[in-house]
Design a protein around this ligand. Structure first.
Ligand code: DX5
Ligand code: ZN
Length: 221
């Protein structure tokens, strides 16, 4: 996974998404982030296959697909993934985590392990060889607009040193949830490299999208 910004499209303007996509392209955003929610792994429903297919026709930006679904191992076949995309799978959502990450990697996709705030770092122990990045959730997944779980800042530090000690220095930590300008700075200091920006740091600020992207880039320098 590239370091930088991943724009959380569930916070975009659904009535005028083309405009938002053009702004992301102009600003050279690294990824468009798609939250896939099944109403079961998380209590909410969000984006899905049809939207991804439409966005694919509209832009060549790589997609960053965050699967918040039960049994993702049974569902990834339905998604139009493309080489260069990143796909994160929750460690809590399947007992076949290693197999799923490995098979995604074979398709040229960059697989990531997503972890809820309560999930211990040790879940990474036997799957780092087949993962390109680790997604540390900084809120409980399911809804945009939540407040950061403060303990997750310490968790980012712990994951970073866990990875470094085992020789996985290139494994990027992505953070998702309440990535405001101020929190982004703190997450960066703790060791995060890729920032999912939703309502807090991109779409619901008092700035235009280009202004917010610039401010967020300054925060994660
Ligand atoms: C939360 C989602 C996020 C969300 C983040 O479950 O995974 O991608 O959109 O956005 P904010 O900034 O609203 O927390
Ligand atoms: Zn997400």
């Amino acid at each position: 996974m590239k370091t930088g910004i991943s724009a959380s499209m569930m916070c975009a303007d659904f009535m005028d998404m083309r405009k938002d996509i053009r702004a992301m392209e102009a600003a050279g955003i690294e990824y468009l982030h798609f939250d896939i929610m099944d109403g079961s792994f998380v209590p909410n429903y969000a984006l899905g296959v049809c939207m991804i297919e439409q966005v694919r026709r509209e832009t060549n930006l790589p997609l960053d697909i965050h699967l918040m679904v039960e049994r993702p191992d049974l569902k990834t076949g339905y998604f139009p993934f493309r080489e260069g995309d990143t796909v994160s799978v929750h460690a809590e959502s399947t007992v076949h985590l290693q197999r799923l990450l490995q098979s995604l990697g074979k398709e040229g996709i960059h697989p990531g392990i997503a972890m809820n705030p309560a999930t211990p770092v040790e879940v990474l122990e036997y799957v780092l060889d087949v993962a390109d990045f680790v997604l540390v959730m900084t809120v409980n997944p399911g809804f945009a607009g939540q407040v950061i779980v403060e303990e997750t800042l310490r968790k980012i530090e712990n994951v970073r040193s866990y990875l470094d000690k085992r020789g996985y220095r290139d494994t990027v930590i992505q953070v998702d949830g309440n990535v405001s300008f101020e929190n982004a700075r703190r997450m960066k200091a703790a060791g995060a490299g890729n920032f999912v920006a939703g309502s807090a740091g991109l779409f619901r600020t008092d700035m235009t999208l280009p202004e917010a992207i610039k401010k967020l880039r300054d925060a994660i320098q």
